[in-house]
Design a protein around this ligand. Sequence first.
Ligand SMILES: [Zn+2]
Ligand SMILES: [Zn+2]
Length: 453
Amino acid sequence: MRLKKFINTDNLKKDFSKCPYFNCDGALKLVSSDMAYCTDCFRLSFFCLNCGFPNRSRAMFCRICGNEVIVPEIDSIKYLSQSLNFEKEFLLIQLKEKVNSLPSIYRDCLFFLTESGRIYELSPYSQDALKEVGALGIDFSKSPFIVTELESFYHGFSTRVPYLLSICHKNLVGFDLTKFEFTKFVEFSSDKEIIYNSFESFVSIVEVKGRVYFFSKNSKGKLSLTQFDLKSGELTYFEINEANLLVGPFKISTFIGFYSISRIYLLREDGKLFSLEFPPNFKPLIRKEEFADTFPSGLRPPYIVVNNELYIQGSSNQKPHFLYFVVNDSNFSNYLFPTPKGVYGTSNSGYPIFASEDKIIEFNSSVSSELKKDEDLIDSYAPFHVSPLIIGFVKSSTRVMSIRFYNEENDSYYDFNISKLNSFQAPLSFYHIFGAIILTYISDNEVGAVVWK
Ligand SMILES: [Zn+2]
Ligand SMILES: [Zn+2]
């Protein structure tokens, strides 16, 4: 779609070889054929597929021709193995605060919501890599959040705007990441409250087609999956007959899913709520305490969703297992897989990976495959996999010594010494953003990040 006639381009720069950002005339350096970064301000731009103009990384429409800006899918596999030099350059960033939910990625940035309710943006392609962009306030110190594009209208034309969405005790709020404005979408009355504390349980918030989902309970303690329609402002409650903790909600295929200790629930697009019992011996991990000893930060949810597949971490007859659950149209099936002890990481394609004493196992649909034996890789931290780079942690008998980047393609590895980081305590998450790698980690109860690009 085109938006050209509504944009006044007269006073904007139109030089195809220069940085498109305001107040910058830097030259562009190619990252790949469809993106470049500025050699002055380091910010990223994406080339228009129609006219070739370099548009700013958060633009929705091309400044010259009005075509939609397509976010390029960089072949990070090829790029990372060829260009990354872990020894040479890395950038250390310290967020002087604690977080209670994992960062969320949007285009070329990572977003953090901190314990004081502040929003930070970390961009590997920016001169000041870490910026405070706003604040939701102290009520959101333990809240889950997501960054998602919401439909918005510009001169009657539908466009999309990135929002950070979050919930607290009484409110569903949004923060516009282009205008940096705060919106209160819902305020709950005194007889209802939102279940938002991600410090205590694995609760989340999810948005699908302009509808936002989260849990709430009424004054009698009755739990509901709650749907808020951003367009109509309508709230819908799907009551759940559970007294216990719930995990989710999340999107799986065209459903909204969540689970309790004994059952999985699926809300179909037409508003029908299904529930299915877990296999008799399977017990999912639903309490944060149970998670704590296998993953120090306890921030990641005990499940992974890849399209129509769901992997739930738990146990069967006291032994660690993953429940693999798959949705095909309205047919559901599940299988139990024994897993090595320890924590999972995620592969480049989003599948779970486990490390045991001497091997790394990747689960992909109903197939598990062994990736690489490496006796130095420890089993008590999650390995992460950015194929062909496998990222793991090497430790002495008592503590983590280094991060290992293993390159499957040429069977070589590089160990990055943890002592280069400020009081490293535990890894949090890995990301690859358009050819850069970001590791976030816990240090002195704050969050640190190291960026390679
Ligand atoms: Zn620039
Ligand atoms: Zn264009």
